[in-house]
Design a protein. Sequence first.
Length: 258
Amino acid sequence: MSSERTMRRMSEETGNRRRPERRSERRVSSQIQSEVMQLILDRRLQAGAPLPTETELMQDLGVSRNSVREALKALQALDIVDIRHGYGTYVGEASLTPFVDGLTFRTLAQPDDKNETGALAEILQVREVLEEGLIRRVAAVLTEPELDRLEAVVAEMEEAGRSGRPFPELDREFHELLYASLGNALVPQLLGAFWTVFSRVAGIRGWTDDPSPELTVRRHRDIVTALRARDVEAAQRAMADHFRGIEARAAQESRGVG
């Protein structure tokens, strides 16, 4: 009897030791992902820094190897970690790439030809609100050399238009230069994300080149002219006119009008 009681007690103790592990194994993947992210924050690991090994993460988080791998793969999709096979796992750049991919899919998945407030128009509206607000800030800090650089880009756009060459990259460069003096690293990333989505959708839908390059050049020049005059209201109106043109073109293309 004494031996049976001993065996029973040992079995119970073993079971008690295993229960916390079993409970941790039932943790949903999102919770483990959150714990990995918190570990990165707590240890102040920067982009490119190595993460603890799988074994160390298993011990720190109290979960299985499969749970760790599943969480890391999900975080890799978000660019929060970078899994380099044969080398280890590192802190990712946490870029806006997943946001761009998701927004591109959302835009393409929703019918854009029902009205002018389709998915693509919504993206343009958000970008317009951002830029109209930002231009008020940048108008006070732009220097003459920075305005000269903007003017030079407009001149390149004009030359490209005369030669019959599309100039979307020059257009993008103009907007990046416009807000560079703010010193806000998120601004070019966020505006670049919206720009990339628009370009992807345009390419997939086979949209034509800008049908009015002269008008596009003039709208950009109007922005620079207003900024040189330190006329914030005029600069904001010029930016609004610029977006009205983009939205009108998007609506035409969505309806199949060239």
